[in-house]
Design a binder for this molecule. Structure first.
Ligand SMILES: [Zn+2]
Length: 75
């Protein structure tokens, strides 16, 4: 696992610090692996209001399904 910083693609605001497992694109964020949450928990960017994810379940775990192109990530 490694730490990713997840940013709003629209205004570059930091949204999450997330513990990602495995390679590849960020498709979802398991809620229990979000280490720091800078949002108001409504899946919208706190600065510009852009919606960047939807509630979903993966393998029976609650997750935020990332809307493609709404975020970018940095190590
Ligand atoms: Zn934003």
């Amino acid at each position: 696992m490694y730490l990713l910083k997840v940013y709003c693609a629209n205004c570059q605001t930091l949204l999450y610090k997330y513990q990602k497992e495995g390679p590849g694109f960020l498709i979802k964020c398991y809620k229990d692996r979000i280490q720091e949450d800078y949002t108001n928990g409504d899946l919208k960017c706190p600065k510009c209001g852009e919606k960047f994810a939807r509630d979903a379940m993966y393998q029976r775990k609650p997750a935020n399904k990332i809307i493609r192109a709404k975020v970018y990530v940095r190590r």
